[in-house]
Design a protein around this ligand. Sequence first.
Ligand code: OGA
Ligand code: MN
Length: 293
Amino acid sequence: MGSKLQNTQLGTSPLGYALGAEIEGLDISLNLGSQIYEAINHIWQEHHVVVFRGKHLQPRDIVFFAEGFGDLDDHASTPFYRHPDVPQLLQITNRLIDGKPSETRNTGRNWHSDYSYTGRPAAASLLYCNQCPPVGGDTMFANMVRAYESLSGTMKGIVDNLHAVYDVSLTAGINERDASKTAEVRRLNPPIAHPAVRVHPRSGKRALYVSERVSHFHGMTRAESKPLIEFLCCHATQPENVYRHNWREGDLVCWDNRTVMHIALADFDQNQPRHMLRATILGEDSGFVVRDE
Ligand code: OGA
Ligand code: MN
């Protein structure tokens, strides 16, 4: 007898060759049940980024949907910038907050994987677009499984044995934020080393885990590490390996931080409002704090 899982067909169309797929016709504000979540996870593992379009989600709907994928990060590593009523959501926006330009207006401006500078880097992120400019404000995603697989055997052997040190200070724009908040974020997140190749716990796939927020490789100098970090980031972000999402209001874009890195582009008029809400799914414990290196 075929299982119900096999019978759970979701309409899916690829959005990019390297990664990205849209799931159509699913009302994600409903209580979906484990078989639908399994079916979504299956598509997500294959395409790394899944997109739902034309949704009208309230903040609590986003949390409710996200919780079906695992425990949510409480965003304690950056204890600011929450949605005022729904603290499980981060608010990424250029709107005025308390009469001042929001400090999250330049979030994500270099290639990264969410919360790589914590001891429990994010498994996944779900970002909902409440409001977006008429043009631009796109987000790009790079497939880090393909990036790893397309390295030579020798280079794979090298990265397999490296730990990348993540430094929250390399978050683009962090120095333009309120100095006391930035100091608190640095205090909460000392440099931490994670394996430079991350193994997906469900699929077993190996993905390169190196981004522009890596200061060096553990046990190597910064000078020795720099060309390798630059090579690996360039290699991973070749256009052939990237999906670029052009937002529409009502989009929910879900990415797997274990197999994808992303960047938010400043390719829009900052006088036009952009308002996004993010839920983050906790990943596994990983890494060790690095001091004086
Ligand atoms: C994020 C991020 C992307 C964007 O939410 O993790 O990097 O396009 N933002 O706002
Ligand atoms: Mn991000």
